[in-house]
Design a protein around this ligand. Structure first.
Ligand SMILES: NC(=O)c1ccc[n+]([C@@H]2O[C@H](COP(=O)([O-])OP(=O)(O)OC[C@H]3O[C@@H](n4cnc5c(N)ncnc54)[C@H](OP(=O)(O)O)[C@@H]3O)[C@@H](O)[C@H]2O)c1
Length: 291
């Protein structure tokens, strides 16, 4: 909610809007669903795990919000088209699409294979591209907004992150090109670059399997609560910002790598030299040792 300067009333940012949100069953996506709903939007919850989506729908409806469940795999275009159809049948339009579904394939490049890259790109890149194709006619009609969830690693390359980093760099390129093209239809494009945010991503292995019992290996003091990230992201989308960087550490790292590239590369090499094996195991709790 925001305060209106003149009337000092609390006004919801997305009153009457319909949001199509992929990756809504967990982490940032689930927090975005709650925040959009709180800001007056009807939310279409898109992901594969139906039980989680139904639970979230119940929670949103218990607070007088409106939600629809769309069980969908973003690597399957037909499944995405069905999700869009269900959304429009229920709510009549789409004003905002958030292409958020994704996961991370990581590890030393030499230990990975082309198939690891293909699996990563199928979800993180082609899943996003197909999401946008599926919603585009409706966004053109509503002159709406599209948000693409990339990552800090869409601007900054780090060791053991080749498939994930390459997929997220691709999304930044996609978002930047689309920004100009879709402006012709009155559609705003926002690229989201989160740093470390509370979610299941670091508990998910290279095949996309979530290990729920595993603790998040990231240092807790650096990890932003998903609710806080969602507030920042929703406001950025509302303001039609071309880019939203989430977390202070992400802002700092992007700034250093952009404006002091030599110093930045020296710092990363110093921090990771001879420790890459350790880094790989720590980052993922060695989930992918046998993958
Ligand atoms: N958390 C962070 O620190 C961080 C940092 C930078 C960027 N990001 C990005 O933020 C986005 C959300 O991730 P998260 O951190 O919230 O992780 P998460 O808790 O693991 O959530 C990932 C979401 O993506 C969905 N998903 C994965 N593959 C899918 C597929 N093939 N079809 C449909 N849905 C799929 C999952 O749902 P189902 O399994 O139910 O399908 C889940 O809802 C990702 O794009 C991630 O790369 C996260």
């Amino acid at each position: 909610m925001v305060e209106d300067g003149k009337h000092r009333e609390m006004k919801a940012l997305f009153d009457g809007h319909v949001v199509f949100l992929t990756g809504a069953s967990s982490g940032i996506g689930a927090a975005l669903a709650r925040e959009f709903s709180q800001q007056g939007a009807s939310v279409s919850l898109v992901a594969r795990r139906e039980d989680r989506l139904r639970e979230l729908k119940r929670e949103i409806e218990s607070k007088a919000g409106q939600a629809e469940v769309c069980v969908c795999d973003v690597t399957d275009r037909n499944s995405l088209d069905e999700a869009v159809k269900t959304t429009v049948a229920r709510f009549g339009k789409i004003d905002v699409a958030v292409a958020n579904a994704g996961f991370g394939v990581t590890g030393m490049f030499e230990r990975l294979t082309t198939d690891d890259f293909r699996r990563q790109f199928a979800t993180n890149v082609f899943g996003v591209i197909d999401t946008i194709y599926a919603v585009l006619p409706f966004l053109k009609a509503s002159r709406g907004r599209v948000a693409i969830v990339s990552s800090l690693m869409g601007r900054v390359g780090l060791p053991t992150g080749t498939p994930y980093g390459a997929s997220k760099f691709a999304l930044c390129g996609l978002a930047e090109c689309l920004y100009y093209e879709l402006a012709e239809y009155g559609i705003a494009v926002t690229c989201i670059l989160p740093g470390l945010v509370e979610s299941d991503i670091r508990r998910t292995d290279n095949r996309g399997v979530v290990h729920e019992d595993m603790p998040d290996p990231a240092p807790s003091w650096l990890v932003m609560p998903a609710e806080r990230a969602a507030k920042i992201i929703v406001r950025g989308i509302y303001k039609k910002r071309p880019e939203v960087i989430v977390t202070h550490h992400a802002k700092l790292m992007i700034l250093l790598s952009r404006h002091f590239p030599r110093t930045w590369r020296w710092m990363v090499r110093l921090a990771t030299k001879r420790r890459m094996g350790v880094l790989e195991r720590r980052r993922r709790g060695d989930l992918n040792r046998d993958a």
